[in-house]
Write a new protein. Structure first.
Ligand SMILES: [Zn+2]
Length: 101
C-alpha cells in the first residue's frame, strides 16, 4: 500500500508506513482522533446537505403545486423554500446525532 504522506511503497498488509509511521489501515490500528473528527464533520455536512435539499424541494413543490388557493409569486416561494432548506439541514444534523449517539 502506498503511503499517502511520503509515497513510500509498503506491503499491502502493513498497518503503518515503514518510513514515516503514518497509519495506513485505520480499521486495524484504530481510528485517530483527527480521522474520526474529519469523518464526523463530513457526515454532518452530507446529512445537513441532503436534509436541506429535501427541505427546499418539499416546501417548493408543496407551495407551488399542492397547496390550493395560494397566490405566492416565485420569489416568495423561493424564500419559503430557502427557509425549508434551513430547517431540513437542521433536521439532517439532528438525525445524524440521534443515530450515532
Ligand atoms: Zn509514509
Amino acid at each position: 500500500m502506498q503511503c499517502p504522506v511520503c509515497n513510500n511503497l509498503n506491503a499491502a498488509t502493513d498497518v503503518r508506513c515503514f518510513q514515516c509511521n503514518t497509519t495506513l489501515i485505520h480499521e486495524t490500528a484504530g481510528h485517530s482522533e483527527g480521522y474520526r473528527k474529519t469523518t464526523q464533520e463530513l457526515d454532518a455536512r452530507v446529512y445537513s446537505g441532503v436534509g436541506a435539499f429535501f427541505g427546499f424541494c418539499l416546501v417548493a413543490v408543496f407551495l407551488k403545486f399542492i397547496l390550493p388557493g395560494v397566490t405566492l409569486d416565485d420569489r416568495e416561494i423561493y424564500l419559503a423554500a430557502a427557509v425549508g432548506a434551513g430547517i431540513g439541514g437542521f433536521i439532517g444534523r439532528a438525525f445524524l446525532r440521534a443515530r450515532f449517539k
